[in-house]
Design a protein around this ligand. Structure first.
Ligand SMILES: [Zn+2]
Length: 252
């Protein structure tokens, strides 16, 4: 049976959104990466797509409606309790900080802090924790009404058991940035393959797209681990912070 990097879009619940499925990531990892001149071509294109959002490129799967962020100031508090053994607290915090730093280009205020064991959450906190119940067996799940991000222990456990040599920090980074985007109001999944908020297909034959109708390379992760220029643009639009390109925003 041929393996595919296409994720399945599962039904979504009100207020919650899911990351790509375990099957998708395991399939991608099993296939491995491509090498040589072909890889160099798509890597250049991918880097361009990450850095630049061209007119007309934004498209979604229409599986949600973008809206303003869960709060104007987003204070993420991370609890390391029940984290997988191969992720230390500093690693997860660093991934959260990278995601918050990248999403701050949207124009909102984001901060990240560690929650000590036994410490109660501040009133304005957004909880980030490892929870099988909260993640519903996904890698991650953002819950808008509960103001939380749940990371899935069993999903990462399965990834580790199937691919013990794979550095799961890349997946962790992607999951965190994806879920953070939902809490910033980017609710619908992008149809632009490279976006951190993307899904590769809809499970019914529809495919994400690559700039210039290029073929998405098989067997590699094309999706960015951090928000792209189009992710940031959608976040600005969702929050009525659409200042236009950065250079025009700097003009008097
Ligand atoms: Zn999602």
């Amino acid at each position: 049976m041929a393996l595919s990097c296409a994720p399945r879009i599962l039904s979504t619940d009100a207020g919650t959104v899911r990351t790509p499925t375990i099957v998708f990531l395991l399939a991608c990892l099993a296939l491995g990466g491509s090498t040589g001149a072909v890889a160099a071509t798509w890597e250049v294109l991918r880097a361009q797509e990450i850095a630049q959002c061209q007119a007309g490129e934004i498209a979604t799967w229409n599986d949600g409606i973008d809206r303003p962020a869960v709060a104007k100031h987003l204070h993420f508090y991370y609890s390391h309790v029940t984290a997988p053994a191969w992720f230390d607290e500093a690693t997860v915090l660093a991934a959260l900080e990278r995601a918050a730093q990248a999403w701050s280009a949207c124009g909102l205020s984001l901060s990240v802090a560690a929650l000590a064991p036994g410490q109660s959450l501040p009133d304005d906190a957004i909880a980030v924790q490892w929870s099988e119940t909260g993640s519903r067996h996904n890698f991650g799940l953002a819950n808008f009404s509960h103001r939380s991000i749940a990371l899935g222990p069993s999903a990462f456990q399965l990834l580790q058991s199937r691919n013990p040599l794979y550095d799961a920090r890349q997946t962790l980074q992607m999951v965190i940035a994806h879920e953070m985007g939902h809490l910033l109001g980017v609710m619908a999944h992008s149809r632009r393959c490279v976006d951190v908020t993307s899904y590769y297909d809809d499970g019914r034959g529809g495919q994400c797209y690559v700039r210039g109708s290029a073929q998405r390379p098989a067997g590699v992760e094309y999706r960015s681990s951090l928000p792209t220029a189009c992710d940031i643009q959608r976040c600005r639009q969702a929050n009525a912070l659409d200042f236009g390109p950065p250079d025009s925003a700097a003009k008097p």
